[in-house]
Design a protein. Structure first.
Length: 730
């Protein structure tokens, strides 16, 4: 025992110490005393208590083979003396993190003869999270430490805990953690222990600083979802009902367990969104409550961002869109998405985008509906402005000749980035056509939607824009009707566009509407009228100095002369068009011109030359993602191969053309391809099969008014009947 300070001073003076020596000894005495006060008490020796704290195993546990193997790997990778072996199971709410951890723990419990410790840290719970000190007290009691031996301070409890578990083979399950600080004091200091942590947060600090192995837990796949449903609900659930339930549950085991209850299937259609997932009012299995606990751990800005995401009309959002919704700079949008991703409230969807599964999205939409009207209106205005502006820049990158003069810094400044962004945001942009942005979207997106074969989306956008009586929108809408084989509707809209542009004196718009109207006349069989209107359009483009428009009308004239069997004029126009497009750098339309030139060359017996041009056309269309052009190129290659006597090689190209025409809905291509398939089948001695193709082509041509295609189908039917009769006579 140290003497009191005053007695030490007297004793030192009596021994003859100098004043400086007296001061040094007093300081040393104080340091020893301070050290004794700070030293943790020596814990009592561990008792023979063996804790068995695991919750019951999960009934009907299904799937997760790869994740169980990950946990086995952590268990088997023992590095004694370097700290505990630890894994973090992280994933979104309801994905089955606790179920996986508990199921695995029961599988391996026998490998831990000194017991298993468990605590629900309540990081995501209606109650307050468990303090690390309280969790340590519970562990120490479980290890046999009497209450009088448990220190008061958290740091001292942690030291006592590490001492108590040193050298023991224990499994420690730390369930439902919210922060790294909540977990760190509970980590043993010995490699004989194994720790499994579960959290909705990625807890990157534990991974980086404490060497915890991350185990990401995703949603169940369709097969495992159906298997879990059947195990829970029994074999009496019809296959169709089980499939609908699995799809509704978005691969979340918690939702699937609720769905397996007897009442759920009956309420599937009556209670949309999350309403059916209330599990009889139990907040721990009601999805809306479970999701809400994730939001409590977010910053106010992060929680607000999740709510605002429900306003987005699409299902994928990037940092720029998140920033627009929240009204913050782009860097702020990235920070918000990073926070939501760490909490597993959004998940990566490729190319910098993030998405949500259906149930989380429904929760976000519900929350967005609670926003004040002026707040949601302002956020939607910012988002709409961002999406339209970016769509304009992307379309100008892909089709600079259609949107000349559009410039600006953006993330869509290469064709690959522009195409990827438009493909990802297409659903959102189409949804925005129901707003006052409809006219602008029609003007910006028409070429992208046409080239991509997205005719139904184009119909939605242009119909909404035409409701504003915009002349350009009527041209765009007429073009879609033409592609879909609705030629009389196309003629109506082109006529409205033509009148509108003439009224306003818009010569460029008048030229485009005139050219489009000409193609209707061609399809309806009036080649002379079509050529006359195309020559008018060509003159207007030449007068305006629009060389790209001029090249387009040379291409259209060449096609019209070809369909009218004037091959010499067709070839002249098509060569001029190909050269001009090459000079202007439009490889896609250069390919169109070469493809049409190849068709003419094939018809005039120059098969090798034709196929060379046609393969060049196919390559340019594939490179541009032009599905309609790709289908047309395959069809024309098939026809050229047929004329060259290579019938079996022709069939592959024709089947690809038919598939593309049906995927896009381009009726003219489908009629032409069916007729060519009939010709090939006739040439290979299958008149019955040929007759079926000609009959299908005839029915479609009659419905759409395609006179050129109808003539080919009728001729094919006659030839099929004649071939069948001659075969029968033999």
């Amino acid at each position: 025992m140290l003497p009191p300070t005053d007695r030490l001073d007297v004793l030192v003076r009596l021994l003859g110490a100098a004043p400086a020596e007296q001061g040094a000894l007093a300081t040393a005495r104080d340091r020893v005393e301070e050290g004794r006060r700070q030293a943790p008490p020596v814990p009592p020796a561990p008792t023979s208590a063996v804790p068995r704290q695991l919750p019951a195993d999960v009934p009907a546990f299904t799937g997760r083979t790869a994740r169980l193997a990950d946990l086995d790997g952590v268990l088997d990778g023992n590095l004694v003396g370097t700290g505990p072996r630890a894994a973090l199971i992280a994933g979104t709410a309801g994905v089955g993190k606790t179920a996986l951890a508990v199921h695995w723990a029961h599988r391996v419990a026998a490998r831990f003869p000194d017991g298993q410790l468990y605590v629900d840290l309540r990081g995501y719970d209606p109650r307050q999270p468990v303090d690390a000190g309280d969790a340590l007290a519970g562990f120490l009691r479980g290890l046999g430490v009497p209450a009088t031996g448990i220190p008061a301070a958290t740091a001292e409890r942690a030291a006592c805990y590490r001492t108590a578990v040193a050298g023991r083979r224990l499994l420690v399950l730390l369930d439902n953690a919210s922060t790294a600080e909540q977990v760190r004091p509970l980590l043993p200091g010995t490699g004989t222990c194994v720790v499994v942590v579960t959290s909705r947060d990625a807890l990157a600090g534990l991974v980086a600083r404490d060497g915890v192995h991350p185990v990401h837990l995703g949603r169940l796949g369709r097969a495992d979802s159906l298997a879990l449903l059947r195990r829970l609900a029994g074999p009496g659930v019809p296959a169709g009902t089980a499939s609908r339930l699995a799809e509704r549950c978005a691969g979340l085991p918690l939702a699937l367990r609720v769905a397996a209850t007897p009442h759920f299937a009956a309420e599937l259609h009556d209670r949309p969104g999350l309403d059916a997932f209330d599990a009889g009012g139990d907040p721990r299995t009601a999805l809306r409550s479970v999701f809400s606990w994730s939001l409590r751990q977010l910053s106010p800005a992060g929680a607000g961002a999740f709510q605002l995401l429900g306003l987005h009309p699409g299902r994928i959002v990037d940092s720029a869109a998140a920033a627009a919704l929240a009204g913050v700079p782009p860097a702020g949008g990235r920070a918000l998405l990073d926070e939501l991703a760490r909490a597993h409230l959004v998940e990566p969807a490729g190319a910098g985008g993030y998405g949500m599964h259906d149930l989380l999205h429904a929760h976000s939409v519900d929350l967005a509906g609670q926003l004040a009207g002026d707040v949601s209106a302002a956020a939607l205005d910012r988002l709409t402005a961002h999406l339209v502006r970016t769509a304009t820049l992307a379309a100008a990158t892909l089709f600079p000749h259609d949107l000349p003069g559009v410039t600006g810094e953006s993330t869509v400044d290469t064709p690959e980035r522009a195409q990827r962004w438009l493909d990802r945001e297409r659903a959102a942009l189409v949804a925005l056509s129901g707003t006052r942005a409809a006219v602008e979207l029609s003007r910006v997106l028409w070429r992208y939607l046409e080239v991509g074969g997205h005719y139904r989306d184009a119909l939605t956008v242009h119909t909404a824009a035409a409701a504003h009586d915009d002349a350009d929108a009527h041209t765009n809408l007429g073009a879609v009707h033409w592609l879909l084989g609705e030629h009389h509707l196309a003629e109506v809209h082109f006529g409205r566009s033509l009148r509108g542009h003439r009224t306003t004196g818009d010569t460029a718009g008048e030229a485009r509407a005139t050219a489009r109207l000409a193609l209707v006349h061609e399809r309806l069989g009036d080649h002379e009228e079509a050529a006359a209107r195309l020559r008018d359009a060509l003159a207007m483009y030449q007068a305006a100095g629009d060389r790209h428009g001029e090249a387009a009308q040379l291409l259209n004239l060449g096609f019209t002369y070809h369909r009218g069997n004037d091959y010499a004029k067709a070839e002249t126009q098509l060569r001029c068009a190909a050269n001009l497009f090459a000079e202007l750098g439009d490889r896609r339309l250069e390919g169109y011109a070469l493809g049409n030139l190849g068709a003419v060359e094939s018809l005039t017996g120059r098969h090798d030359q034709a196929l060379a041009h046609l393969r060049q056309a196919l390559a340019s269309c594939v490179a541009a993602g032009d599905r309609g052009g790709e289908g047309s190129a395959h069809g024309t290659i098939g026809a050229a191969l047929h004329r060259a006597g290579r019938h079996h090689r022709a069939l592959g190209h024709l089947r690809r053309a038919l598939a593309l025409s049906r995927a896009t809905g381009e009726c003219g291509l489908e009629v032409e391809t069916l007729n060519t398939l009939g010709d090939v089948l006739l040439a290979t001695g299958r008149p019955d099969a040929a007759a079926r193709r000609f009959a299908a082509a005839r029915a479609l041509a009659e419905r759409t008014g395609d006179r050129h295609g109808l003539a080919g189908a009728l001729d094919g039917q006659e030839r099929s009947a004649g071939r069948h009769l001659s075969t029968a006579h033999r």
